[in-house]
Design a binder for this molecule. Sequence first.
Ligand SMILES: NC(=O)c1ccc[n+]([C@@H]2O[C@H](COP(=O)([O-])OP(=O)(O)OC[C@H]3O[C@@H](n4cnc5c(N)ncnc54)[C@H](O)[C@@H]3O)[C@@H](O)[C@H]2O)c1
Length: 255
Amino acid sequence: MINIKTGKRFEGKVAVITGAAQGMGRQVALDMAAEGGMVAAVDIEENGLSTLKKEIEDSGGECTTLICDVSVSSNVGRMIEGITALYRKIDILVNNAGFLTTGTIEETSDELIDKTIDINLKGVLYTIRAVTPVMKAGNYGRIVNVASITGKRGDNTTIFAYGAAKGAVISLTRSVARQLGPFGITCNAIAPHAIMTKMMSYWDEEKKRSISETIPVRRLGTVKDVSNLILFLSSDESSFINGETVNINGGYYMD
Ligand SMILES: NC(=O)c1ccc[n+]([C@@H]2O[C@H](COP(=O)([O-])OP(=O)(O)OC[C@H]3O[C@@H](n4cnc5c(N)ncnc54)[C@H](O)[C@@H]3O)[C@@H](O)[C@H]2O)c1
């Protein structure tokens, strides 16, 4: 619902955004704050968070920053407790923090499998578990998980644990949607492909050109493309969409 006094979609809403120091998470934080949301920006990168907070506050928005490694359960618990103590509620959770590397199956070490699963999958489980009682108490919630095209169709360059974790995020999104729907809480995911952020810096210019030729709209994705979708799924306008994973890839992959 849009606030008729201000015309802003997230007026009075508290939004927790993980992985907000750069890339997609940073754009979501900026856009959510511009639309009146009180943003709790979470990351392990202190500098990126400080720059984001300053940028939001300089434009008259509200932003709290929290250094938290989402792969550590106790840290996530404290992070959600801290935000709840400050705002007395949490309306929106965007699980965006992620970690990606490339490599073959044979060269994927135990440590790399653990790190990939811990950040991309367990981090999402921990944050949703921690936020559930808070959202239930408010009888309202919007949870948006950032999965990936690799979670649906696999990939041939990123390490295979990454797609496995993202596929699991798509599955847990459906379980959460079923279990929390009766409490006014929806849970959806997005499956991006080829969004130009630091994570994709391993693509050189030639790779970017060849990838964009495989995309029907003939371009790569931007953080703004992703933010537009996440804001819609975080808003009241999406209240009858639950358990979905929305592709965002310019038509490259459809299911
Ligand atoms: N860029 C793409 O094309 C693409 C495609 C599919 C999915 N994704 C997913 O989108 C999300 C955002 O990625 P991006 O492209 O903006 O990448 P990015 O690397 O620019 O941003 C990721 C952010 O997550 C933070 N982060 C990493 N580990 C963390 C941890 N343990 N705890 C807290 N924060 C942590 C990083 O510090 C960083 O700020 C990720 O989940 C990624 O897997 C990206």
